[in-house]
Every structure is written in C-alpha cells, then in structure tokens.
Design a protein around this ligand. Structure first.
Ligand SMILES: C[S@@+](CC[C@H](N)C(=O)[O-])C[C@H]1O[C@@H](n2cnc3c(N)ncnc32)[C@H](O)[C@@H]1O
Length: 193
C-alpha cells in the first residue's frame, strides 16, 4: 500500500479487523475505517480492537458506505473482502467516489477456485459452498475472476493498474495448491491544486 503516514485508509470487508488494526496501530495513518456488512464481524472487530487509536468501525455494505463519502480516502483495500463477495461492477465505481484522484486501490483475491478449477473469463459470480450463521450448509456468491478480467474492470471504472502479482502457496500436503492475485491501481484524474 506504500507509505501510509498521515493517510486515510478504508478496508472493505474487514472481518474481525486484524489487518485494519495493524495498519492503524503501526503505520502512522491519520484514520482507518474498517467496513463490514456482517453484524457478527462488526461486533467482533469492535470487541478486539475498539481501543485502537484512529480506527473506526462501520457496519455497512461497502459500496453503500463509499458512495456517501466523496473525497474522503487516500487508500482503499480489500483482503479477500468485499471485492470477492460483491459485484465489482458496483463496487469499483463506488470506490472511485471516496478515493481522491491518484488514490490507491489494493486488493487480494483468489486466482482460481479452491477446487483448483480455473477462474471465470467474464465478470460473473459462482455459488460456492459455505456454512450459514446458524451452522447449516448453504451457498454464497463469490467473484473468482481471471487477472485479465480484473484488469479490464479496473480500466473500465477509471483505475490505472500500477502492478499485479500472483502468489503461489503449496497448500496442505493432501489438498489443492492455492494462488492469490494481488492488484494495485490508482484512481485516474487530476489532483485538485
Ligand atoms: C473472507 S472475510 C475476510 C476478512 C478480512 N479481510 C480478513 O482477511 O481477515 C470476507 C469479509 O467480507 C465481508 N463482506 C462481504 N461482502 C461485503 C460487502 N459487500 N460489504 C462489506 N463487507 C463485506 C464479510 O462479511 C466478511 O467479513
């Protein structure tokens, strides 16, 4: 994410808040906003890190929150977060609202399905198995897209790709190797003078 000293940062889909708390406590930021749409995760994050200075917690859909906070952010990030689990055609334009021109969008996402199946070649979600809050098995939508699809979406929604990488994890001995795609992009547009 670069030098974050004095910057405003939002994590989209912050879960229990571990990364947001680290950024707020260690990297000299002006403010970190940890956004999550799950009431349970929001409560957990506040219980864990409610006392971290400069860290605020927002219980909201990420796109809904971003759209109503124009010009408020230097950096937005999603760590297997909202960008994995909500439509990027809605979330990318929403992220462009609070990010100042030249602001950074960083995200990590699955490079392929956990089964080893290849990612989608178009922007469409898949229903993936999960456990519901009451413990019963269910499904949820996840956007597992090829790197070229992410790059096209970024461009389409006003972001210039700065760099991208794929990190390979051998995974468990008896399981499928896991690969993660990382992207860093900048919001297009001129800095206000
Ligand atoms: C796999 S967890 C990752 C949490 C955290 N980033 C981490 O790495 O530990 C995904 C999180 O994204 C949240 N999430 C999914 N869609 C979201 C959305 N549209 N807006 C905000 N949060 C969302 C979920 O509630 C969940 O807490």
């Amino acid at each position: 994410m670069g030098d974050l000293a004095g910057h405003t940062v939002a994590e989209l889909g912050a879960g229990a808040g571990h990364q947001a708390a680290y950024v707020a406590a260690e990297l000299g930021t002006a403010r970190v906003t940890a956004i999550d749409s799950s009431a349970a995760q929001h409560t957990r994050s506040r219980d864990f890190y409610g006392d971290v200075c400069g860290l605020e917690f927002v219980h909201s859909d990420a796109a809904g929150y971003l759209q109503t906070h124009p010009g408020s952010l230097d950096v937005a990030c999603s760590i297997f977060g909202a960008l994995d689990f909500s439509d990027p055609q809605r979330l990318f334009p929403a992220a462009a609202v609070p990010l100042r021109p030249g602001g950074t969008l960083v995200f990590s996402t699955l490079a392929h399905y956990r089964t080893g199946a290849p990612p989608e070649t178009e922007c469409r979600p898949a229903d993936i198995p999960t456990r519901m809050p009451d413990g019963r098995p269910g499904t949820m939508q996840r956007w597992v897209l090829g790197a070229s699809v992410w790059k096209e979406l970024l461009d389409e929604h006003g972001f210039d790709l700065v760099d991208s990488d794929t990190v390979h994890d051998p995974g468990p001995d008896d399981g499928v190797p896991v690969a993660t795609n990382l992207f860093r992009a900048r919001r297009r547009g001129r800095h206000p003078l």
